[in-house]
Design a protein around this ligand. Sequence first.
Ligand code: MN
Length: 268
Amino acid sequence: MPKKSSQTVKRTGPKKAASRPKSAATAESQLTEYRKKRDFTRTAEPRGGEAPSKQKLAFVIQKHAASHLHYDLRLELDGVMKSWAVPKGPSLDPTVKRLAMQVEDHPIEYNSFEGTIPKGEYGGGTVMLWDRGTYSYGGSDPHPIGGLRRGYQKGDFKFVLQGKRLRGSWVLVRTRRDERGKTQWLLIKHRDEFAAEGSDVTAEHQTSVATRRTMEEIAGGKSRVWHSNRTENVEPGEGKGTGAAAKKTTTHAAPTSAYQRLMARRSR
Ligand code: MN
């Protein structure tokens, strides 16, 4: 028999605030690393910690031309933006897994940042608001916020995006931590009406979702420039199929997704 009743030996001590698991960290404590890396007298990025939390959870994707081009996916949780650097950006193809390196939590105020970070500063380069909107829990837990927190901790983080360019059901699956404590995840689109095999959503959208500027225009400090003749904001699944990226092999026989294969391997 176990020493004491193992039922009562939970990992936290007094469990009074039932709806507040210890994962509900404060924005202040979670932003320590973010602030340590930046000199706010030199960069225009926000210091953070002042945005009121809203009812809906925010998400943003920023295209970031730093030393290597990548897309920063940020999902609000417990007062900060959980953040992943996705080198190839998101894919609407559910057979595709995209590496997502977890980076430090960012302040919610970062969601409206578009511009340039000075050369030589942390993350120096151009930042474009590539997509934004809200997101919700995408799993089966009856408590959405609890489900998000548990999913995040388990490394099986299911969410539904309501953005301008990205919609529908997605998952981030944690795969491993490297020697330096960096955590690797994989970003995968679930099969739903917004999935599109063989599509290339990052190539389709080359301008800011907020200002319609190109990376070059943002880098040049140009203000809002409108291109009425530009073919953008193509609805997912529409006006597609002519792109060179369209795959020839459509494996419709096996309705498995990258996520299903990954989870099957993981549960061995
Ligand atoms: Mn970045």
